[in-house]
Ligand binder design. Structure first.
Ligand code: 6PG
Length: 246
């Protein structure tokens, strides 16, 4: 893996602009290379931060976007906890992303997280089926957030899911962050992506960013190490204040 790129911005507005440029560039490159842009989105503050500028960017061919969720809560699609609903309100409702290209959790399976994860694997298999022998889906871009405990996606510190190295998607029923039932991409999928970017803003992230970026360790966000892809951090000054390794 190459070096981690850390991009810092004076505030969240500037961060959204930087993110817009980065995503627009990767989208154009991927569409040029293989006719589509495969991207996985997280929940939390990410959709709003991402879409603030991007939703006005007419140069992006959203019709070629294939969207998955890095993690999703096992709730109906119209539930306030749904990561899909959040991204729909922030982004999909404002740009010409095709509904059939947005891969949601199967709403009929939200009461059976294991089945929901299996179904999500089948959806991924259809999108990423290739004739070569790549064992894991290779996303053009995965956008991640990070929690105060160092979690990313629904991969939490000391959880057995951190060891998952065969399944593409896993279910969790004891998430420390509510709601407790979720599905999540696993580390092998995160680490096979062409590009992975973390987005973190606000003073509340100061201590965790210092720990993640300055102190070697094995917190979930530190286990994101793309094997051949790039790893970037988009942070604002408030979040980066205690980081010394930039
Ligand atoms: C989720 C998220 C989760 C999130 C982090 C950071 O669905 O809960 O995908 O992994 O990205 O908890 O959340 P904030 O961006 O709100 O701090």
């Amino acid at each position: 893996a190459g070096p981690t790129q850390i991009y810092t911005f004076p505030d969240t507005a500037a961060l959204s602009q930087g993110l817009d440029k980065y995503v627009a560039k990767l989208s154009a490159e991927a569409i040029h290379r293989h006719g589509k842009f495969t991207v996985a989105l997280s929940g939390g503050s990410l959709p709003k931060q991402l879409s603030a500028v991007l939703k006005h960017n007419n140069s992006v061919d959203f019709t070629k976007w294939i969207v998955y969720f890095a993690d999703e809560r096992c709730v109906p699609l119209d539930h306030e906890d749904s990561n899909y609903l959040l991204s729909k309100h922030e982004l999909f409702d404002h740009v010409p992303i095709l509904a059939e290209n947005v891969h949601t959790i199967d709403p009929d399976l939200v009461n059976d997280p294991e089945e929901a994860a299996e179904d999500y694997i089948s959806q991924l298999a259809k999108t990423f089926a290739t004739k070569d022998t790549v064992r894991f889906p290779v996303f053009d871009l995965i956008l991640l957030g990070v929690g105060p405990d160092g979690h990313t996606c629904s991969l939490f510190p000391n959880h057995e899911l951190l060891k998952e190295n065969t399944e593409w998607v896993a279910s969790i029923t004891d998430s420390p962050k509510p709601p407790s039932c979720r599905i999540t991409l696993t580390f092998p999928v995160l680490n096979h992506a062409h590009h992975v970017a973390f987005v973190a803003a606000g003073a509340g992230k100061q201590d965790m960013l210092h720990q993640l970026l300055d102190i070697p360790g094995h917190l979930p966000a530190q286990m994101v190490k793309p094997t051949t892809g790039t790893l970037s951090w988009f942070v604002d000054d408030a979040a980066a204040q205690k980081v010394t390794s930039t």
